[in-house]
Design a protein around this ligand. Sequence first.
Ligand code: GLP
Length: 242
Amino acid sequence: MEVVILDEPRQLAHVAADAVAAQLAGTPDATLGLATGSSPLAVYDELAARCSRGELSFAAARGFTLDEYVGLPADHPERYRTVIDRDFVSRVDFAPGAVAGPDGLARDIPAACAAYERSISEAGGVDLQILGIGSDGHIAFNEPGSSFASRTRIKTLTRQTRVDNARFFGDDVDAVPTHCLTQGLGTIMEARHLVLLATGQKKAEAVHQLVEGAVSALWPGTILQHHPHVTVLLDPAAASRL
Ligand code: GLP
């Protein structure tokens, strides 16, 4: 695990964008794993800027998002599919249909989850996965207690995650969905390079566990200690318990 601590979120975004750029330079048709949440936003800004300057292109690339709320209507502004389109996909030159996500409106949820796993495998797996981490150590929506072998499935969100995410729902925790679909830890661990970003004091305990804690399902991020190629990008506040 490579841990990089830099003063400014902008610097972290540059390092993450450099990793994506290097991936695309070597493999223009790379498959990227895209995270939602606030942590990667500066990375997406940086990638969009580089793309608009013609320094990199996503035209041959594919993308898979990590997770999705169950039951949010297709036009809901906080549906992750809408969020990733708004924050990133629509700002770069992905081909139409090149980015997919789990279907939180599927009538047959287990079938939709299995189909999502199949589409990731058929794309050859994820080359570079961008990740954030929840304050309780969750990765994607793999909450504490998630199996390390888990695949894409439905999960119940913890109260803590719903409270954390209420800021996107007018500070109304009851407006935050109770369930989600998420790639499993087993799915995420198959990506070839994991780039995780965390900033702020609120993430310090989760980062401490991620990097220095005993590997335990109680802190799902600790499974990343077993991955051969992980880059953890931190600001000093997130790194303050290391
Ligand atoms: C969210 C998402 C995760 C994200 C994490 C941290 O609930 N499902 O993919 O990494 O929690 O979010 P943020 O980056 O906004 O702190």
